[in-house]
Ligand binder design. Structure first.
Ligand code: OOG
Ligand code: NI
Length: 400
């Protein structure tokens, strides 16, 4: 068997093809990519950083998440980390993981990652038993991914690649599964879910899934934010994550433009189909810094809890990579401060802020007991894949 297209090449082709699709669906994405590339070229960067993206998708059930896990494994993307966005502060009814390459060598070739969220239908703070039953029934009747496509993914994953023709078809078919559907949306059902949460409606109010956003990486996100605003693009209020500081960039900073009204078709109770719009998808941009150790992360959480994190940042983090490395706050390859290990993951509080880019108002959840079982181990069991611990991966990368 000839495997002329290796796993990392499949991943690169998948990211590029999704990017082409998303550019046709959300034209403002192209502006964001253009401005990011402009800033990156001025700061001085490689084409690899310019091509780097993360995506975000949302599914409804463990079965759908398991299909995603099988599909993405063919691209060498594996689940890392568990994010619970349901807490009182974020109030987004999902639990999430991120599918991404895990070996340093694979990361070097292509870093495409997809933040993937699953609706927490068992969480009674959002969903009454009756609504839960109806949502789960709806989800059980839909099929996001053709079983033949998932089978093909399993074969390609076990083969470790594919020949050119198969690769092309597999990438195209996978991308198709994430295209925005023209299928009319049941208006009453969508509206009912919207009253609980806009995210719930986006996930379970429709019979298909789609790519929510694709995020380019920029080296100076403050500059990018200013330039997008100058072009008249409505950005969310703030850059999420660590404040700008004089010292090394840490973790992940993100911002986004507000969701745009996109044309969708609706079906009313009387069967009539009409045109309308939905505001669901937005454009996000990110900048990445060094990965923090558990101790560094604890400091980060403390700094972010301050009234003005920027003002107190220097009390929590030193101003040089040398000091970061020697105090054990961040990961450097072989402990060498000139070789920071880039943070590859996400931040729950920031993710919640990004989720809200399309929400005009927050959802109502009553804050009593959640009475459900969502956890990393639960999710791993449901999808039949080990969910990697990000710290173990950073430790390993640092020791190489
Ligand atoms: C995911 C929001 C979180 C990020 O980069 O933190 C996210 C979503 O909107 O589906 O994309
Ligand atoms: Ni994102």
């Amino acid at each position: 068997m000839s495997l002329s297209v290796q796993t990392w090449q499949l991943r690169a082709q998948f990211a590029a093809a999704l990017s082409r699709l998303y550019a046709t669906e959300v034209p403002l994405y192209s502006t964001l990519v253009e401005v990011s590339a402009e800033v990156n070229r001025e700061v001085g960067t490689t084409e690899r950083v310019i091509a780097e993206r993360h995506g975000a998708i949302r599914v409804g059930s463990p079965r759908e998440l398991a299909d995603v896990a099988d599909l993405f494994a063919a691209f060498g993307m594996f689940p890392v980390g568990f994010y619970d966005l349901r807490d009182a502060h974020s109030q987004v009814p999902v639990v999430s993981t991120a599918f991404r390459p895990i070996d340093p060598d694979e990361l070097d070739h292509n870093r495409f990652r997809v933040f993937t969220s699953m609706l927490s239908t068992a969480d009674q703070r959002f969903f009454s038993p009756d609504l839960r039953t109806r949502i789960e029934g709806f989800l059980a009747r839909r099929q996001l991914f053709d079983p033949a496509l998932v089978d093909e993914a399993r074969r390609i994953a076990s083969d470790g690649g594919a020949d050119r023709e198969r690769a092309e078809r597999f990438v195209a078919d996978t991308v198709d599964a994430f295209a925005l559907s023209r299928e009319p949306i049941d208006r009453a059902w969508y509206d009912e879910l919207s009253r609980v949460s806009a995210v719930a409606a986006d996930i379970a109010g429709v019979t298909t899934t789609h790519i929510n956003h694709l995020t380019p990486r920029v080296l100076d996100i403050d500059e990018l934010y200013g330039r997008m605003s100058q072009r008249g693009v409505a950005m969310i209020d703030a850059i999420q994550g660590p404040p700008r500081s004089a010292g090394p960039d840490v973790l992940l900073r993100q911002t986004s433009f507000r969701a745009l009204a996109e044309p969708r078709r609706f079906r009313d109770d009387d069967g009539a189909v009409s045109d309308g719009t939905l505001r669901v998808r937005f454009g996000e941009v990110e900048s990445r810094g060094v990965a923090l150790t558990p101790e560094g992360r604890q400091r980060y959480d403390e700094a972010l809890a301050a009234a003005d994190p920027a003002a107190v940042w220097h009390e929590y983090f030193p101003a040089t990579d040398e000091a970061m490395a020697s105090s054990g706050l961040a990961y450097y390859r072989g402990g060498d401060p000139s070789k920071p290990i880039v943070y590859e993951d996400f931040l729950p509080a920031s993710a919640a802020g990004i989720f809200r880019s399309n929400l005009d108002f927050d959802s109502q959840s009553d804050d009593t007991a959640d009475g459900c079982h969502y956890s990393l181990d639960w999710m791993a069991g449901q999808i039949g894949h080990h969910i990697h611990d990000p710290y173990e991966l950073y430790e390993k990368a640092a020791s190489q």
